[in-house]
Design a protein around this ligand. Structure first.
Ligand SMILES: NC(=O)C1=CN([C@@H]2O[C@H](COP(=O)(O)OP(=O)(O)OC[C@H]3O[C@@H](n4cnc5c(N)ncnc54)[C@H](OP(=O)(O)O)[C@@H]3O)[C@@H](O)[C@H]2O)[C@@H](O)CC1
Ligand SMILES: [K+]
Length: 484
């Protein structure tokens, strides 16, 4: 599990560690890791030039010490000093002693034009608000120059705690972060600016509290969560999913949600609704009925909403499912006008899976506001509805109403934003709920599988090809030969 901590927690841990170590040790560790990452990215066998962007804090100090290490190895290093009188004195002295040069922001463009690599040390965890004008101009000059960028700790201009980006920010190919991930590195829009992220161990681990602010599942975590049928399994032990999706007008949503549930490992899928003929034609495995969901027979979870429409009949189906005493996932049309009190009053857990537009409607805010502050939005949804909230999008986030770390989904591709993709996800999570995973685990493992299937599906993927890619993803994660 990757873990991320907010700045306040990082600072406390850093102080505790610093008290036990000789001055300068942490910065030396950070700079060594940073210099190694730079060396990996630099072309070999010819004269190489690195430009450091140096702010007035310790982030700039890291860049200067790393620059000194590179200069000692024969790399041509030029430091652009944003605040010459405040640049880290020890770092500056080390760079100069190693033969590095310094310059001012007005001469940056010429240096950047010849750079093989740029090291962004303008701000790290000490950055506040959007970049100030001189720093913002430098960020634009870097983008115009086009050389690859390594960000020190965080790309300058992104909010470390929330992942928000206000105005210009540096876009990096790689971010070398120290001690622990910060939430902003795993949440869009900031995550997109960070590029790949490399964590350098500076010994902070033992000083960090057990409860991180954000986590991201790794393959082994997902593999441990996925249900594996045992010798004694029957369909009820593996989990029966009820799907109340689709309508005469939108039968496809029913088919896709049922497919997601079947490929999510369900022991059986009961479909209730008017798209029964389309479902049975595609999936003869499904048990179909046309009455209200509660008449469909015993299930261990319900999925309601995709493609149900918004007429009286649709509202009746949604209300009927909300009365069920099993975990319920509500998506798409099921989320329209959803009453927080009704969801809070349910006797079993609820999972909501809105995209940003649906989340905005549920929170009474705007879509751009949700997209700019995804972390705050997903927490607010979980809080308001007393439900696990999964906010779909460039970074899918999952929040638990009990609090604790928000989970950021690390898999997926922009190609997943295709019609019906969310219907597959809802069925998939429904199957994991029926198998007995906690709602938080079901939602985050479902998002993980779905994202991975999206990257396995032939490009451009369709929702049904995401479903078809799921078996390969299960095999990959469980590490079992096919057919076992
Ligand atoms: N934690 C750890 O364990 C370790 C931390 N380490 C490193 O220390 C870094 C934190 O250093 P830090 O505290 O000195 O803050 P930092 O990020 O350099 O920013 C402050 C500078 O930025 C400026 N500034 C602020 N906002 C701005 C804006 N919007 N636009 C433009 N400028 C802005 C601010 O100016 P001021 O407000 O003072 O005028 C000040 O000059 C951390 O990220 C990591 O790299 C490692 O060395 C070792 C282990
Ligand atoms: K930085």
């Amino acid at each position: 599990m990757r873990t991320a901590y907010r700045v306040e927690t990082v600072r406390t841990a850093e102080r505790a560690l610093m008290d036990r170590l000789p001055a300068g040790t942490l910065m030396a560790r950070a700079a060594a890791g940073l210099a190694a990452a730079c060396a990996d990215l630099l072309p070999s066998g010819r004269s190489r030039r690195v430009v450091l962007l140096v702010g007035g804090g310790d982030n700039g100090g890291d860049a200067l010490y790393a620059g000194a290490r590179l200069a000692r190895r024969g790399v041509g290093v030029t430091a652009v000093l944003l605040a010459p009188d405040r640049a880290h004195p020890g770092g500056l002295a080390a760079l100069r002693a190693a033969g590095g040069r310094t310059t001012t922001p007005d001469a940056a463009a010429a240096a950047l034009a010849r750079a093989d690599l740029v090291v962004d040390g303008i701000t790290g965890i000490g950055g506040r608000g959007g970049l100030r004008p001189a720093a913002a101009e430098l960020a634009r000059a870097v983008a115009a120059a086009g050389a690859p960028v390594i960000a020190v700790d965080l790309p300058s201009g992104v909010d470390p705690d929330t992942g928000e980006v206000h105005g210009d920010a540096v876009r990096a190919a790689l971010t070398v972060t120290f001690g622990t991930h910060k939430p902003g590195l795993l949440v869009d829009p900031a995550a997109e600016y960070a590029g790949r992220v490399r964590l350098v161990d500076i010994g902070l681990g033992p000083e960090l509290p057990p409860g991180p602010d954000l986590t991201a599942l790794e393959p082994a975590d997902v593999a441990a969560l996925l249900p594996r049928p045992g010798a004694e399994s029957d369909k009820y032990r593996r989990g029966v999913v009820g799907i109340a999706a689709g309508s005469a007008r939108y039968p496809g949503a029913a088919v896709l949600a049922v497919g997601g549930a079947l490929r999510g490992g369900a022991g059986a899928v009961r479909y209730a609704g008017p798209a029964d003929a389309a479902v049975i034609a595609r999936y003869p495995e499904a048990l179909v009925s046309t009455g209200l969901p509660h008449r469909a027979g015993r299930v261990q979870s319900w999925v309601v909403g995709p493609g149900v429409g918004d007429d009286r009949e649709a509202r009746e189906r949604v209300a009927d499912v909300l009365d069920a005493d099993v975990p319920v996932l509500i998506d798409a049309d099921g989320l329209r006008g959803l009453d927080p009190a009704r969801v809070r009053a349910r006797s079993a857990p609820t999972v909501l899976t809105p995209h940003a537009g649906e989340a905005a409607a549920l929170l009474g805010t705007s879509r751009p506001e949700v997209e700019a502050g995804r972390l705050a939005a997903v927490r607010a949804l979980a809080d308001r509805f007393g439900a696990v909230a999964l906010l779909k999008g460039s970074t899918t986030l999952v929040a638990d109403p009990a609090g604790g770390a928000v989970r950021a989904n690390p898999t997926g591709t922009a190609w997943l934003a295709t019609a019906g993709s969310g219907d597959v996800l809802s069925g998939l999570i429904g199957a994991l709920l029926a198998a007995g995973l906690t709602p938080l685990d079901a939602a985050s493992a479902g998002a993980y599988l779905h994202g991975l299937a999206g990257t396995h599906a032939p490009v451009p993927p369709m929702a049904s090809t995401i479903t078809e890619a799921l078996p390969a993803v299960w095999h990959e994660l469980l590490g079992e030969p096919r057919g076992r």
